[in-house]
Design a protein around this ligand. Sequence first.
Ligand SMILES: Nc1nc2c(ncn2[C@@H]2O[C@H](COP(=O)(O)OP(=O)(O)OP(=O)(O)O)[C@@H](O)[C@H]2O)c(=O)[nH]1
Ligand SMILES: [Mg+2]
Length: 294
Amino acid sequence: MSKHKAGFVNIIGNPNVGKSTLMNAFVGEKLSIITSKAQTTRHRILGIVNGDDFQMILSDTPGVIKPSYGLQESMMDFVKSAFEDADVLLYMVEIGEKSLKDEQFIRKLKHSEVPVLLLLNKIDKADQQLLEEQLQYWQQEFPNAEVHPISALNNFNVKEVFNRIVHLLPEAPPYFPKDHLTDKPERFFVNETIREKILKYYKKEIPYAVEIETEEFLEDDKIIRIRSVIMVERDSQKGILIGHKGTALKKVGVQSRKDLEAFFDKQVHLELVVKVAKNWRSDPRQLRRFGYQS
Ligand SMILES: Nc1nc2c(ncn2[C@@H]2O[C@H](COP(=O)(O)OP(=O)(O)OP(=O)(O)O)[C@@H](O)[C@H]2O)c(=O)[nH]1
Ligand SMILES: [Mg+2]
């Protein structure tokens, strides 16, 4: 039998390029939430793919931005940590975009000691000519990277890239038990499922001012009883979130419950409460409490 391979494969790129879509496609589960809005992912989320003779530990990370408040600084710390322990780096770009604006990250990618795969995503949006131009452009920009065109959404070239990454993994014993799918607890996925609905249904600043904390997660044979608090930064946001006669919040609850029942494969009872946690995005103590620490 061949030797066992294992390693950390960390996905990095601008917001909204499709990092979470790719991780979910590799893992075959909806571990990361996906929306059309930038800054959907706020944490570093591990997705573990186990084979007989390999373990691929993928990291989905927040899109690279210039931080302007504490939450975003912490998000960028997660990205930095993903540079530090990578065995393979996946730098994702999308059709029509230019490189990262962060010079330091670019330098790290250009001078990386571990293999860098530059994944040109969303090629379903390009014709052949544009695709060839873009492939040439990225290969010139990152001469040391392997450039691969993909469509994470349509599963185009995803399996081939996956096999290529397995090939690049170093020889190592597994880092996690072989039945583990992620490093995050069940409550994290509850929080994220609710936050996804808020990203989808509310406009402007609301999704960015929201954090979820699941206070109760009680599971028995038949049902999971969940109580989650939606935190907003100001009183005015609380009113918007709840909506006229509570209809807006109701929609969040119903859709979240449906998704959670599919995720946990069990009946779910979900209670949602809205509270104000003044300026939590800039408050180091509150950020720590919500798991934003590097
Ligand atoms: N057309 C097309 N859209 C895609 C593809 N991959 C992802 N998308 C869409 O791009 C949007 C962003 O996808 P995400 O996976 O959330 O992107 P992300 O890079 O994780 O974004 P952040 O977490 O905000 O940094 C979603 O609307 C996806 O459906 C693709 O291959 N083709
Ligand atoms: Mg994401």
